[in-house]
Ligand binder design. Sequence first.
Ligand SMILES: Nc1ncnc2c1ncn2[C@@H]1O[C@H](COP(=O)(O)OP(=O)(O)OP(=O)(O)O)[C@@H](O)[C@H]1O
Ligand SMILES: CC(C)(CO)[C@@H](O)C(=O)[O-]
Ligand code: BAL
Length: 279
Amino acid sequence: MYIAHTIAELRDHLAAFKRPAFVPTMGNLHDGHLALVKQAKPLGDVTVASIFVNRLQFLPHEDFDTYPRTWDSDCEKLRTAGCDVLFAPDEKALYPEPQTCKVHPDPALADILEGHFRPGFFIGVCTVVMKLFQCVQPRVAVFGKKDYQQLMMIRHMVRQFALPIEIVGSETFRADDGLALSSRNGYLSESERAEAVQLSKALKAMAEAVRAGERDLAAIEARAMQMLTQRGWQPDYLVLRRRADLQAPAAGEPLVALAAARLGSTRLIDNLEIDTPAS
Ligand SMILES: Nc1ncnc2c1ncn2[C@@H]1O[C@H](COP(=O)(O)OP(=O)(O)OP(=O)(O)O)[C@@H](O)[C@H]1O
Ligand SMILES: CC(C)(CO)[C@@H](O)C(=O)[O-]
Ligand code: BAL
C-alpha cells in the first residue's frame, strides 16, 4: 500500500490510474470501514482510502482533540483489506492556509437533525469532502449509510456541482447484538456498551409500529424517546422522516427512522430504512 502524506505525492502516484475508487475516513478503522474498502475495490482500477480528522466539522466543545488516532493498526487493516493507496495528510498539508473558502450546503438538508445539533457540521464535512475529491479525483466514492444524512448531503453536493463521481451508499455494518459499528463506540464503558444496543432496538420498535399500520408517527416517536430517556439516555432526536429529503413524511412515502442520543458522555447515531411506507 502506497502512503501519500501530501497532495503532490498523491497526485503523482494516481496519475497512472483512470478510475480511482475512494473511501474517505477519519481513521480508527473498524469492520464497517473495511467493508466500504472491500465494496470500493471492484469499482475502480485503484482503491484509495483517506485518513484525516477534519477539525472543520467539530464544534469547539466536541471531541476533536481526543478523537482516537490509531495509525499503525489502521495501516495494517487497510493493507489486509486490499487498499492500494492511503492518503493521510496532516492539517498543514490539507489546509496550508486557513480554509476560508467553504462549501455551504443546502440548509434545507444541512441545518436539520445532525446539522441542527451540530451547527456547521455539514459545512465542515462538505468542504473537506470537496477538497479530498479534488485531491483524489475519484470516479466513484463509497460512504456508509450509518451516517445517513451525510450520505444524502454528499449526493446532493455532487449533483449540484456536477462532479463526475458516482456516490455509492454502503449498508450499515453492525455488531452481533445490532449496535452499528462506530469509532465513538470505543468511548463506551463496559456497561454502556451493553446498554448501547437499545438505540438500534428503539429504531426497530419504531419500524415495527409503522409496519403494524400505526398512523400516528408523532406518538411512535414519543414512545421511542420515552423508552430511551427512562433508561438514562439523552436523545437529541428519534424521528420518522421521508427518505427523499428527511422532511416530515406524508402517507405513502418511504420512510427512514433516524436517531442521535447521548449515553453518558458518548453521542451515538443510527438509522433504519423502513420497507413499509407511512400510512
Ligand atoms: N458501521 C458502519 N457501517 C457502514 N459504514 C460505516 C460504519 N461506520 C462508519 N461508516 C462509514 O465510514 C466512513 C468514515 O466514517 P468515520 O471515519 O466517521 O467512522 P465512524 O465509525 O462513523 O466514526 P464516528 O464514530 O466518529 O462517527 C463514513 O462514510 C461512514 O458512514
Ligand atoms: C466523510 C468524512 C471522512 C469527512 O471528514 C467524515 O465525516 C466521516 O468519516 O464520516
Ligand atoms: N461519522 C461522521 C463524522 C463525525 O461524526 O464527525
